[in-house]
Structures are given as C-alpha cells and as structure tokens.
Ligand binder design. Structure first.
Ligand SMILES: Cc1cc2nc3c(=O)[nH]c(=O)nc-3n(C[C@H](O)[C@H](O)[C@H](O)COP(=O)(O)OP(=O)(O)OC[C@H]3O[C@@H](n4cnc5c(N)ncnc54)[C@H](O)[C@@H]3O)c2cc1C
Length: 504
C-alpha cells in the first residue's frame, strides 16, 4: 500500500502516514499549472513546498516516489508502470469531485484507490451532517451557530460550558482603525533557499504567461513546516495582540497590518488549523493577547474556514456556475493592470500583484464589493481570485467569492456584502488621498462606489427588497426622486464606460 498525497496535503502527521507502510507518492502535474496565468509566487510556493516535503519525508525515513509529469494521468501512468497493481490511499481532496476522478484514473490503470477522511480539517463531513440535523433539518446555513457548536465540541475558549469571557463573539471590539502614528508590527520573511530559487527560475521560464510580480522579493510565504511554525510564532508574538482591533481596517501603503498571513501555509497542509488556534489560546491564557483578538482569530479558523469548506461540499456543483443576479459585465481590466485613480482599488490590486495576497477586508469590501456593484460576472471574478492569490484553491475561493462576495447564490447569506464609499471611508485612509470625491454620488469626480451602489440596489430591487434584511437601504432608495435616479444611472453608465476603456 502507498500513501498518495496531493500538493495541499503536505503534512507529516496526516492520518494515512501513521500506518506501518512507509511508501509515499507525490505527483507534480505541470500542465495543470499552465491552464491559467497563475501568480508566479503561488506556483513557486506550491512546487517548492512539495519538493521540500519530499526531502523532509525522506529524512524521516519514508520511501518517496516523486513524479514530475505533465498531468496526473501521465504521472499515474509512470507510477503504475513501475509498481503495477499498487493500492493507493489518499486523504479526501477538498476540490469537488476530485476523489472520484482520481479513483477512476487509478482504476483504469489497474490499481486501487481508497479515499480516507482528510484530517487537515478540524471537522468531518459526519460532524457537519449531525449539526445540520440537530434540532431538525436546517434549510439554510449560519456560520455563527456552526461556530458555537464547534466551540462546544472542541472546548476551545470554553469555560465550564460557557463561552470564555461570557460572550461568543467580540466583533463589536474589532472594528477600529489605527491612529495616524501607528507603526505596523513586523512581517516575517523567508529567505528563499537554493531549492526555492531553482523552482522559481523554472516557473518563470516555463509559465511565461503568468500574472503577478515575477520577483520573489521579500518572499513571506512558508514552504516548509519549520517555516510555517516560525510564521505562526511570529504572528502570535507580534501581530496577534492587535489582530482583533484592526481586523477590518485598511491603511495606505500597508499590506499586512496585523493579519496572520497563515492561510497559504494552512491550505498547503504545512500548518494544522488546530496548531494555530491553540497557539493563540495559549497567548490569551498567558496574558499576552486580549480575548477580542484571540476569539476573532479562533472564529476565522474554527468557524469560517471549516464552514466554507462544508458549504462548498454541499453547494457544488451548482455554486460553481451560480449567478442569481445575472451579472454579465466583463471584469474591468484594472483588476489585471492595477491602473486606476481609485486609491482603494489601486492599493488592493497592487497588493495582490506584488505578493499574491490582500487581507480579508480588501478581498470582501474592495475587490469583490466593487465587482458586485459594477455588475461583473461572478465566475470570472472567482477565476481572477484563483489566479492571483497564493492561498486560493477552488474549494475556498468559490464559497468566498461566488457566495459571500458576489451574492451569486443565497446559500451563504440572505443579503449581499454591498456597500457605497461610506464603508471604505470609515474603515480606511484611502479616500483622503483619492482624486474621487467620497461624499459625491453623481457629477464629475463622484466616487464610483456611490452611483454603482445605488444603481445596483435599484437594478436588483425585486430580489433584494424581498429578502427582508435590506429594509433600511430600501428606505433610502424610496426617498430618491426620478431626477436623482436619472443622474445615478447616468453616472453608473459613465463609470462602466470609463472602466471598460481603462480610464477609471
Ligand atoms: C472574496 C474573498 C476571497 C477569499 N479567498 C480566499 C482564498 O482563496 N483562500 C483562503 O484561504 N481564504 C480566502 N478568503 C478568506 C480570507 O479572506 C483569507 O483566508 C484571509 O484573508 C487570509 O489571510 P490571513 O491568513 O492573513 O488571514 P487572517 O485574517 O489572519 O485569518 C486567519 C485565518 O482564518 C482563515 N479564514 C478566515 N476567513 C476565512 C474564510 N472566509 N474562508 C476560509 N478561511 C478563512 C484563514 O485560514 C486565515 O489564515 C477569501 C475571502 C473573501 C471575502
């Protein structure tokens, strides 16, 4: 029997490696990585992490077969030619249908494939099922109730059956913006070693159609387990204390703020979510981090990450094509060029281009909010996220981008995360240095978010007014007269034309 591990299962403690068998198969599939213009730092990180993992396993005494091939099919051909009829064991891949596809590929090559539970996630499909049917079947998913259930089941941040500190959620303490004289805490850098540099040279040469900064620069992405653990320690020591307070803030010139920057390592399997959660709780218990930061961080991993994975499982394949608002505009070129006078978008796109990363609020309230109110096709936006972000995989971008960010399906929320310029101005300092006027909705230089926002509400009135959760917004809609609506529509059309011409 051989344990087959994929590029997002790079952990020496995964269940199947705990058996007596010491044979491991890893396949690098190259053609797959050329199907889209993926960020070169993402490809470098992934292939370098796989090769480091191969070496790490060999050091631990495993017999590793490492196949470099054009496709998984070609890799399996090569493998089964050398080891005919082998029995493979694979942790369940999170991507929709992948386990079944791999099983068929193995069986047509006269091998067998057993797909076992993927213990790199904290909750199993069975746990989700039992939550879904607790107190009768649920007809919609609610992250907060799932999260509370997970807190109870794991005992994380629980005090004798009650939530630590008396509240389940401290989000009302987590909406601050840093003062002008705030200095952001340091960010770790991982000097690329010889192997990473070799991979990077090869990536640049082979995938010359890539999008994103081709240099490694101050490469902040762990490619080994050791680096992932260092990144976790660094976060807990320097950034966790202020993580909560500034979680939703955006500051010009600052790409990381106090975010953990751990998603790429966790999604590769280099770091287990429970390791990050427990390190944060330890910091709280030893008085080194406040509860609002620690609870906020725990909720992201124990609540949101697990929740998104299960919602994806349940909602695919429909979610992969969902577009309930029938949005069909092409994604503006500025998402690729970064060329726009809009300060907030220019910053956020620039962050993605530079390092394959933008933090949560830039993703949700700048990048996807703008695409949503602009009318962009949600599946094209999903593809853009998938290409550009170091932590992006279909299972995690799809619920976040198509569900949460684009409201292309209502399985995740009953109202869209749509906002005007007000939100951006409240949570960032971008508007101060932006040539667009944040408080103007129509006329020359009016901030594009405003007219697009009202136009979006008007355009989707039938669906959104009926949700019952947009009452306040529609009370503002109802106060606008025909003259205002004509001006709003004109400005929204003008903004779309400017964006199409690359002149926004
Ligand atoms: C439109 C959009 C697209 C996104 N695309 C991705 C993606 O491709 N890959 C990805 O891992 N996350 C994605 N997220 C979720 C979240 O924004 C990122 O996980 C987070 O910004 C990563 O940065 P960090 O590690 O510094 O996170 P922190 O802000 O420090 O959060 C801690 C951890 O919580 C987890 N987490 C938090 N929120 C989510 C969430 N909604 N879904 C899944 N995990 C979460 C991540 O593992 C993250 O590392 C997306 C969110 C939105 C709104």
């Amino acid at each position: 029997m051989t344990v087959w591990l994929l590029g997002d299962q790079l952990n020496p403690d995964v269940g199947p490696l705990q058996s007596d068998d010491d044979h491991v198969l890893l396949i690098e599939a190259h053609e797959f990585a050329g199907r889209k213009p993926y960020h070169p730092q993402k490809l470098t990180m992934l292939f370098s992490a796989m090769r480091h993992f191969r070496d790490d396993l060999r050091d631990r005494g495993y017999d590793v077969t490492y196949v470099e091939a054009e496709s998984f099919g070609a890799g399996l051909d090569e493998y089964f030619e050398a080891v005919p009829g082998d029995d493979l064991v694979l942790p369940d891949p999170p991507s929709h249908g992948a386990g079944e596809r791999f099983r068929e590929m193995v069986e047509t090559r006269d091998g067998t494939l057993t797909v076992v539970e993927n213990d790199l996630f904290l909750s199993s499909p069975d746990q989700w099922e039992s939550w879904m049917h607790e107190d009768g079947p649920k007809d919609s998913y609610l992250q907060e109730t799932f999260y509370r259930r997970m807190r109870r089941e794991t005992g994380y941040l629980m005090d004798d059956g009650d939530p630590e500190g008396g509240e389940w959620n401290y989000d009302d303490e987590n909406r601050e913006t840093p003062p002008d004289d705030w200095s952001p805490p340091p960010v770790p850098e991982f000097e690329p070693d010889r192997l990473t540099r070799e991979v990077h040279d090869w990536v640049i040469e082979r995938y010359d159609d890539h999008w994103g900064n081709p240099d490694l620069g101050d490469f902040p992405w762990p490619v080994t387990r050791e680096q992932a653990l260092t990144a976790l320690d660094h976060f807990v020591e320097y950034r966790l204390p202020e993580f909560g307070a500034y979680q939703d803030a955006m500051v010009g010139g600052e790409w990381a703020l106090s975010h953990s920057l751990l998603s790429s390592a966790i999604n590769l399997g280099l770091l287990r979510p429970e390791e990050a959660i427990e390190a944060a709780i330890d910091a709280y218990e030893s008085g080194d981090a406040p509860l609002n930061s620690v609870e906020g961080f725990v909720r992201q991993l124990l609540g949101w990450r697990e929740f998104m994975r299960h919602v994806y499982r349940e909602a695919m394949p429909a979610m992969g094509a969902a577009n309930q608002l029938d949005q069909a505009e092409a994604l503006p070129d500025l998402y690729w060029t970064g060329e726009t006078d809009m300060e907030c978008l220019s910053e956020a796109v620039g962050h993605v281009h530079e390092r394959g990363y933008a933090h949560h609020i830039e993703r949700l309230m700048i990048l996807s909010n703008f695409a949503l109110i602009y009318g962009a096709d949600p599946q094209e936006l999903n593809e853009w996220f998938h290409v550009g972000f170091v932590d992006a995989y279909h299972w995690v971008t799809t619920p976040n981008v198509v569900g949460m960010g684009s409201f292309a399906t209502d399985v995740l929320s009953s109202k869209p995360y749509a906002s005007s310029a007000n939100y951006v101005n409240k949570m960032s300092d971008h508007c101060k240095s932006c040539p667009y006027a944040v408080s103007k909705t129509t006329g020359e230089n009016a901030c594009p978010y405003n007219a697009l926002y009202w136009d979006f509400l008007k355009e989707n009135e039938d669906l959104l007014r009926g949700t019952g959760r947009m009452g306040l917004m529609y009370s503002h809609v109802d106060r606008k007269d025909d003259e205002e609506w004509t001006a709003i529509r004109e400005r929204a059309d003008e903004i779309r034309a400017l964006a199409r011409d690359g002149e926004l």
